[in-house]
Design a protein around this ligand. Structure first.
Ligand SMILES: C[S@@+](CC[C@H](N)C(=O)[O-])C[C@H]1O[C@@H](n2cnc3c(N)ncnc32)[C@H](O)[C@@H]1O
Length: 221
């Protein structure tokens, strides 16, 4: 596993959040990080393709995607050494260590060639991480910049709960705040503007009455 320069305070914060949580993360998040399996199903990775997850956490998504797309190579980046420890163990248990490379790094500013020995990827995805990354807009630009021609960026995260009752929205927001999670109101606008800058087209979906948002930004060949 490799590392690059990290924003120390955010890396420490994430390690603090996940030091104990990582042991119950997959079990508990199953019930409220909705739309992740839909994102994986929509990756449609080409044969022999390369896939990068930014903010890969426990490796849960990479494991499911690696099973679904057996010919592909996978890469995972996370700022938390604690989460990466869990991901490394999970990949070894699944016999996937040879097909997946993990690295510690900052998703707002990373050098894929230095970390993974790969310049660009057929698919990049970000699942419930933009809502935890300070300066997350830079992750959107970095992800688009890391795509090969014809590649696509896939994002799933909390929406604005726009069609859900206001009491639910308030309760959810208060609870997410305890974990340093902030649903990004301008997610769609930033995806649209950053994609337009690089000539990519965006498909945006609202899931579960705005509980989650799912987007795909596709670069022209
Ligand atoms: C809510 S978890 C999502 C994990 C996984 N993607 C999933 O869907 O289960 C957010 C992850 O983003 C990581 N993270 C937060 N800020 C980051 C940053 N600046 N760079 C890379 N990873 C970051 C955290 O360490 C954590 O593993």
């Amino acid at each position: 596993m490799s590392t690059t320069d990290l924003p120390a305070s955010h890396a420490e914060l994430m390690d603090g959040v996940y030091r104990w949580q990582r042991h119950i993360y997959d079990l508990t998040r199953k019930y409220y990080l909705l739309g992740r399996d839909r994102l994986i199903a929509g990756l449609d990775v080409p044969a022999g393709g390369t896939v990068l997850e930014l903010g890969c956490g426990t490796g849960r998504n990479i494991i499911l995607a690696a099973r679904r797309y057996p010919g592909a190579r996978f890469f995972g980046l996370d700022i938390s050494a604690e989460m990466l420890e869990t991901a490394t163990a999970a990949l070894a248990r699944e016999g996937l260590s040879g097909r997946v490379t993990l690295a510690r790094g900052d998703a707002t500013n990373f050098d894929a060639k230095a970390l993974f020995g790969v310049e660009s990827f057929d698919r990049v995805f970000v699942s419930y991480s933009l809502s935890m990354i300070p300066g997350w807009e830079k992750t959107v630009s970095a992800a688009l910049a890391a795509l090969s021609p014809g590649g696509s960026l896939h994002v799933v995260d909390f929406g604005q709960q726009e069609a859900l009752p206001s009491w639910f929205r308030k309760l959810l927001r208060g609870w997410l705040k305890k974990f340093h999670v902030e649903p990004r109101q301008s997610l769609r606008a930033i995806l649209d503007s950053e994609s337009a800058r690089v000539g990519a087209s965006v498909r945006f979906k609202t899931l579960y009455r705005g509980y989650s948002w799912l987007a795909v930004s596709k670069i022209a060949i």
